[in-house]
Design a protein around this ligand. Structure first.
Ligand code: HEM
Length: 81
């Protein structure tokens, strides 16, 4: 699994909308969550994190501190920072 591409923060910040694709980072890994946005139980709030880190938002919305949430996230992994 170490074959995943390495991205820069600049790569991530460019993917900050549904048009450009929605990428986020979490614990040093990069996720393309574009397809998940419409399925998010918390609605469009997820777009606040578009192009950046999930950690500050998940610290505020502790509902994400569950294994099943991390399982969903893991499906969208595309690389590492
Ligand atoms: C709820 C996933 C990002 C705000 C949830 C739930 C999941 C989820 C699975 C339902 C949890 C449950 O009830 O068991 C994700 C994933 C994210 C993400 C995979 C990133 C890829 C965000 C962000 C925010 C956010 C960035 C806020 C800025 C919320 C809120 C709820 C929620 C407010 C509660 C909705 C409700 O129950 O009414 N999220 N989330 N989420 N999420 Fe997210």
């Amino acid at each position: 699994t170490s074959a995943l591409p390495v991205y820069t923060l600049e790569d991530v910040t460019k993917h900050c909308s549904l048009d450009s694709g929605v990428w986020v980072t979490y614990k040093g890994e990069v996720y393309d969550i574009t397809e998940f946005v419409a399925m998010h139980p918390g609605g469009d709030k997820i777009l606040l994190a578009a192009g950046g880190a999930l950690e500050p938002y998940w610290a505020l919305y502790a509902v994400h501190e569950q294994d099943h949430v991390l399982e969903i996230l893991s499906e969208y992994k595309i690389g590492v920072l």
